[in-house]
Structure formats: structure tokens, C-alpha cells
Design a protein around this ligand. Structure first.
Ligand code: AMP
Ligand code: MG
Length: 329
């Protein structure tokens, strides 16, 4: 996502304990979005190999959670909706379990099963004729995380009703960013940032010891960063309506669906969440869009180790209680 980016304040080469530490960066396209991996390492050739391994890991995750790939485990779960349970890998099972925990926590604002209404809307930045209310209602009836039955012993997932579907659009990139960070940590990389199209997982510091900095841009005023935040072993994720949206009666609606109504969300243009893991931040950023700014920030204020900042379509910036905007601007 374009209104969030990282500031590198150090030169790309820095000597630490007698060893030259370099900042190695690569941009690439995956999961239909742009990724960027930034590593601090003394061996740039090895660092490039690690980026290759990271890309292979992202491909693997995409094959697991993709709804486009007819043979993915996710597609099989969807195909068997209303028919029977489907055995899945432990990894996918656990991801769905965690997603359902967030669904419960957000009272269904984030819900993997939103996907049954996905086909009703196309977010091509154009004016559309809305589907008839009865069609929307029929699709909404298929939504409901409590109808995703999971059997821990058998490691199966069963979507109870025909026509139900799950989709990982709101959590997949965050999960991928976390996985790549873990992989790189296991390989001994002491510092870096994985940026999955604005879903960022950071660890360590820049070579000179200063923290990574992330800049937020107000989509309503794209020319300047309105706030800088240090990233200290945290993840930061932004959901925005500026890339995928549609117009109805000249009004703008973002690509996040309110699972209770089946209609696209309105009112929030950008939502940034800071959390220990990108997966959690990703799911919460999507949920906040549905909750709206006031309910959303109230909700975040009840959670430990999570902060958020939202921008409404009338230009209001609202932040959770531990963010001091004056200090960060
Ligand atoms: P994000 O950019 O992380 O907010 O994800 C947005 C994407 O998540 C959309 O393009 C959909 O694929 C999916 N999505 C939309 N609405 C919801 C929802 N209420 N709960 C879960 N996923 C959703
Ligand atoms: Mg999300």
C-alpha cells in the first residue's frame, strides 16, 4: 500500500564490530502485490540467497491460501462447503483457528467467510449498479465464522452451508510477512523489514543502531508524510480504500465488506495498526474499517500491545490512546 513507507536514515554501508554491515534491499511482485525485503547483513551474496528463500516461502504460502488456485487446500475447503469436512495441513488449520479468534474478538467485523459476497462486487474504481438487495441478503446468509466447523483431532475444516467460502485477502499478506521474518531470524539475520505491500514486519535496527522509521501519508493529502513512527520489533499494517474501491451514486466505497450487511464499507479511508505480529495487525486493520473510527479506536484501546490510527473520509485523524500525534508529526 502506497501511503506508508520506510525511511532509511543510515548510509547503506556501516561498520559494526569491525565488520561492514550492509543494507540489502529487493523489490518484487507476489500475491498480486509489491513486496520489498530489506536486510542488514555483512555478506550481500548470502543475503540475496536468503531473499530468494523468502520468495520461495511466500510462493508456498500463496499456494496454501489462494482461492484462485483450484487445487489449493483453501479451494478444496470451499468446494466441500455444505458437503463434508476437508482435511487440511496443520499450518492452514492453525491459521483459520487464529482468524476465527479474531473474528470472535471483533464481533465478526473481520470474518474469513465474508468471501461468499465477494463475487457481487467489483472494485474497479468505477460507478456500478448495485446488486439487488435480495441477492445481497441471500449471500450474507452464508457469512458467519461460527459456521466454520473445525475438528482439532482430525484436523478438518467444514463450512456448514453450501455457497459458503473463506478468503484470506485480509490476513494473508500479514501472515506471509511474519513467516518471512521468522525464517530470516532463524537464519541469523539480526535486522530487517519485510514489507508486503504495506504490511510490515520489522526487527532489529538500522546498521548505525537507530530504529527503522515508518512514515504515514494521509491519502487525502498524499504529498507529505504527516507522521513518523519508530519500528522496534513490531509490525505495522495499513488498510486503505484508495486502490480498490467502487462508486455508487457518486459515493465511494472501499473493498472491505461489512459481513453483517454484505455491502462495502464507507467512511474510513485509511486504517493503520501497530501490533507485535503483522497477521494480527492485518486482520485488525480490516476489522477497524468495518467498525468505523469511534468504535474501532475504542476497541483498540481495550487491547494490550496494539495501537491504531484511522483517517476518515472527512479528513479526521483519530488515534488510540498511546499514540501522541503531536509528538510524532
Ligand atoms: P486488507 O487490505 O488487509 O484490509 O484486506 C482487504 C481484503 O480482505 C479484501 O480485498 C477482501 O479480499 C478481504 N475482506 C474484505 N472484507 C473482509 C472482512 N470483513 N473480513 C475479512 N476479510 C475481508
Ligand atoms: Mg487486513
Amino acid at each position: 500500500m502506497k501511503h506508508i513507507f520506510v525511511l532509511l536514515t543510515t548510509t547503506f554501508l556501516f561498520v559494526k564490530n569491525g565488520q561492514a554491515q550492509e543494507v540489502i534491499q529487493r523489490k518484487f511482485e507476489k500475491m498480486g502485490s509489491s513486496f520489498e525485503i530489506t536486510l542488514v547483513h555483512s555478506n550481500p551474496i548470502y543475503a540475496q540467497q536468503l531473499i530468494d528463500e523468502s520468495i520461495a516461502e511466500i510462493d508456498r504460502i500463496e499456494r496454501l491460501i489462494s482461492s484462485w488456485d483450484k487445487n489449493s487446500q483453501t479451494s478444496l475447503v470451499n468446494k466441500m462447503a455444505g458437503i463434508r469436512s476437508q482435511v487440511v495441513s496443520k499450518e492452514l488449520f492453525d491459521l483459520i483457528l487464529r482468524a476465527n479468534t479474531i473474528a470472535r474478538l471483533t464481533d465478526g467485523a473481520f470474518d474469513l467467510s465474508y468471501a461468499s459476497v465477494d463475487k457481487l462486487w467489483s472494485f474497479n474504481r468505477e460507478e456500478i449498479t448495485p446488486p439487488s438487495p435480495s441477492v445481497v441478503e441471500a449471500s450474507v446468509a452464508k457469512i458467519g465464522f461460527e459456521k466454520i466447523k473445525m475438528d482439532t483431532e482430525k484436523q478438518t475444516v467444514f463450512l456448514l452451508e453450501k455457497g459458503m467460502k473463506i478468503g484470506f485477502g485480509a490476513i494473508g499478506k500479514g501472515y506471509a510477512a511474519d513467516r518471512v521474518k521468522s525464517l530470516l531470524l532463524e537464519k541469523g539475520v539480526e535486522a530487517g523489514i519485510v514489507n508486503a505491500s504495506g504490511d510490515m514486519s520489522a526487527w532489529g535496527t538500522q546498521p548505525d543502531g537507530s530504529p527503522w522509521q515508518v512514515g504515514l501519508i494521509n491519502p487525502l493529502n498524499k504529498n507529505k508524510v504527516f507522521s513518523w513512527f519508530p519500528l522496534l520489533n513490531t509490525a505495522v499494517v495499513t488498510s486503505g480504500d484508495y486502490e480498490r474501491y467502487l462508486l455508487m451514486d457518486g459515493k465511494r466505497y472501499g473493498h472491505i465488506i461489512n459481513p453483517k450487511t454484505g455491502y462495502p464499507s464507507q467512511g474510513v479511508v485509511s486504517c493503520t495498526v501497530f501490533a507485535p505480529k503483522a497477521e494480527l495487525a492485518d486482520a485488525l486493520a480490516t476489522a477497524l474499517f468495518v467498525m468505523g473510527s469511534e468504535t474501532g479506536i475504542d476497541f483498540i484501546d481495550q487491547l494490550p500491545n496494539v495501537e491504531a490510527l484511522m483517517i476518515t473520509d472527512n479528513g479526521k485523524i483519530i488515534a488510540s490512546k498511546n499514540i501522541d500525534l503531536d509528538e510524532n508529526i
